[in-house]
Design a protein around this ligand. Sequence first.
Ligand code: NAD
Ligand code: ZN
Ligand code: ZN
Length: 393
Amino acid sequence: MRAVTWQGRRHVEVQDVPDPRIEEPTDAIIRVTSTAICGSDLHLYEVFGPFLDAGDILGHEAMGVVEAVGSDVSRLRPGQRVVVPFNIACGTCFMCLRGLQSQCETTQNDLYGTGASLFGYTKLYGQVPGGQAEALRVPFADYNTIPVEDDLPDERYLFLSDILPTAWQAVEYADVPEKDGTVVVLGLGPVGQFASRIAVQRGHRVIAIDPVPERREMAARHGVEAWEGDDDVARVIARTQGRGADAVIDAVGLEAHGSPFAHAAHMITGMLPDAVARPVMEHSGVDRLAALHAAIEMVRRGGTVSISGVYAGDADVLPMKTMFDKQLTLRMGQCNVKRWIPDLLPLARDEADPLGIEDLITHRGGLDIAPDMYDLFQKKSGGCVKVVLTPTT
Ligand code: NAD
Ligand code: ZN
Ligand code: ZN
């Protein structure tokens, strides 16, 4: 089959690779009809190189049609249409039973001390082949699939694999006490777009900040007050009676603009041989923290900072005095996709499209456009907000 493979820093290629096959009786094979490129893939494209091997299949946002099932799969049958959550979770362990699928104890990665395995997401998360391919092997397939039986187009459902539940979790974790409270969303990539819309839908006043004009325009179409970013801390304080926002959602993560020191550290680590870079990144890596620092500054005393942007440094410097003195709550983590599906499936199915799901994709095409699309999406040029690839129909 054809698949998008990682080949090195800022280098992906579409290649012929062996077809996936049933390896465990709980597996299924899915023929992938739609798969998206995520901001998290951009971390692999550039910063996380030491944790990938040339040829690794990328992608963790996929949906398609069941082609084959293992002998212990009971809920799925060939021909069924399903979305595949990006977490690989067993559904029966201590963590899964508590809705913490991103921490699944069956698929945790002891070697690196990390949580549940993820599709297409480096050695840190199991080095499992990803979904930017014509077919995907899905472990624990009864649990790691969301059946979608009707004939609404793929784009209505695809984002249930990651960014819709991630945005939902960001707003849940933001825990805004009053309906008319103020939420600031930092970053208007796909995650920030949906987090802003969900917060608007709940009646909150939403200010979102991003340097990219097309992304601000898209947010404004959905009732979001979108700012470019200069003086944003002072502006948020000024617009909230001098207090700060009730909650701030960080939908930017470790590659934030405005962190020159950490940016240089990323570049230098990127030049080291993998065997040297891996332990450096694992134990002392630093993140670009401009967005997180801004979040801590602009949230009000007693407020919450909800982090869905990915961070990966274990030696990051945070302003503990400010955080303690302001009595902040911090919530964060990979999304527990399955936990939020009962809330989101009715919204995805709703004819009225209340979250405007159909207004996100800016680029689509076959697998072959992937190398150009990674480049475009990373540069945030050409109005690119979300890319969907259609490997098969
Ligand atoms: P994206 O890269 O398109 O979005 C990031 C946005 O942040 C961009 O629009 C960029 O212009 C903006 N930005 C950069 N620096 C900024 C700053 N200092 N202030 C304000 N905005 C700034 O990606 P995305 O797909 O929306 O993902 C966003 C983050 O969420 C990434 O870190 C991604 O890895 C993470 N993510 C996490 C989960 C999870 O489970 N927690 C799931 C999906 C994505
Ligand atoms: Zn993703
Ligand atoms: Zn589990």
